[in-house]
Design a protein around this ligand. Structure first.
Ligand code: PLP
Length: 397
């Protein structure tokens, strides 16, 4: 037992725990929400949202997922090189010189411009293979996509190339997570109109899809022939109120061991810039992680509206006033600590005053955005819920 543990990442100071059973459970929950004839595409872009693209793709493939989705050709290539044989749709636009990779690795290309047809046509001819393609329609997101009025023409161009096989048509929603469905429904209407025009032009049997996690739950009429699911697979609800009717399991935990503990007198400050000052005698624990690991790295965005701005401002004010309740919670076996002071490049300080059972070596669960946690941090894949003893594989992907 000990020997086995020695080899595992558990003996490191920090690791990401991925519960594959939770992902499989979530997959089955999602399946129950869609009709049996509706296909399911599992989104594994961005290293499967930080869970490990290869391991998650293996799991989903074994569970019977119909297709996998990634953003870049390179992501698709990595999955093929790891032996994944499930169909893979590459969502993103690609460079002309990347076109042959769709042939070489049997990846489905997204055609989002008329030029892309030319590049793929050339690649198919040069490699003497058939490249599968799907059309992306611009319905309102303002990113990749062919204008609705050009879709039939481009579809006909694809149809005229023997080396290209048109298998689907899709679009992506801009406001699926909003409570107000007006814009999403408008996009959906445009998409359906395009699908009808394709049918009228005699282009039939295409897999049509537009739904992501948020829409899957609240607008079942948008399921069409396939749904594309990421967020829900990993146990997160796109909007908390949307989790109703689905018992999702959290699949990801960032764990770090305490490497140092110190008691500070009242009035002492913590960290660079002295942004935290102890109002009372304070016990701090130091964790060997920082922003280089992805801790407290949050995108700085323009507030989406006035209420968003006010919320952000109030939070900042409460932080300024030292209301640690609003600081990021760090979970220990017997209670919750709060990150205090400025997070350093490789160190984070946590207020653990009054918490019991914490010593050097105690593991904490850290709040972090799973997609920005440094991919070099080892991942430990759990196959059973008993925790660290059940380590089956350690990946560093
Ligand atoms: C990321 C992505 C999805 C999945 O979105 P979730 O909200 O995570 O389910 C679906 N489709 C496309 C094109 C995407 O890029």
């Amino acid at each position: 037992m000990m020997q086995e543990k020695e080899k595992s990442a558990i003996n490191k100071a920090k690791w990401v725990e991925v519960d594959l059973e939770a992902i499989e459970h979530n997959y089955r929950q999602i399946r129950q929400k869609i009709a049996p004839e509706v296909k399911l595409l599992g989104v594994v872009k961005a290293d499967a949202y930080g869970h490990g693209a290869v391991e998650v793709s293996r799991l989903l493939s074994a569970a019977g997922v119909d297709m996998l989705g990634v953003t870049t050709v390179e992501e698709g290539r990595a999955l093929r090189e790891a032996g994944i044989r499930t169909p893979i749709l590459v969502f993103g636009a690609f460079l002309p010189e990347e076109a042959f990779l769709f042939a070489e690795f049997n990846l489905t290309a997204t055609v989002a411009s008329p030029e892309a047809v030319e590049w793929l046509k050339k690649a198919a001819a040069e490699t003497r293979t058939i490249i599968k393609v799907q059309l992306k329609v611009e319905t309102g997101l303002g990113r990749f996509g062919i204008w609705p009025r050009e879709v039939v023409t481009v579809a006909q161009e694809i149809g005229a190339v023997p080396g290209l096989q048109l298998e689907g048509v899709y679009s992506h929603l801009a406001t699926a997570m909003w409570r107000n469905n007006r814009y999403a429904l408008k996009q959906f209407r445009i998409f359906q109109q395009v699908c009808a025009e394709l049918e009228q032009a005699g282009i039939k049997g295409l897999v049509r899809h537009i739904a992501n996690s948020a829409v899957l739950l609240k607008l079942p009429e948008m399921h069409l022939d396939m749904v594309r699911v990421g967020t829900l697979l990993y146990g997160q609800a796109p909007v908390p109120s949307l989790q109703k009717g689905l018992a999702l399991k959290e699949a990801w935990r960032f764990k770090v061991k305490v490497i140092y503990i110190k008691k500070l007198p009242a009035g002492h400050s913590v960290g660079y810039g002295r942004t935290f000052r102890a109002k009372r005698p304070t016990t701090i624990a130091i964790l060997p992680v920082g922003f280089t690991d992805g801790v407290q790295v949050e995108p700085v965005l323009k507030p989406a509206g006035f209420s968003d701005f006010v919320k952000g401002a109030v939070k900042l004010l409460l932080r300024y006033l030292g209301r640690t309740k609003f600081e990021a919670p760090v979970r220990f076996p017997k209670g919750t600590g709060r990150i205090i002071g400025k997070v350093g490049m490789q160190l984070t300080m946590v207020d653990i005053t009054g918490l019991e059972g914490i010593e050097v070596g105690t593991a904490a669960i850290l709040p972090a955005r799973r997609t920005v946690v440094n991919p070099c941090i080892p991942k430990v894949y759990l196959h059973e819920k008993q925790g660290a003893e059940q380590v089956a594989a350690v990946g560093t992907s």
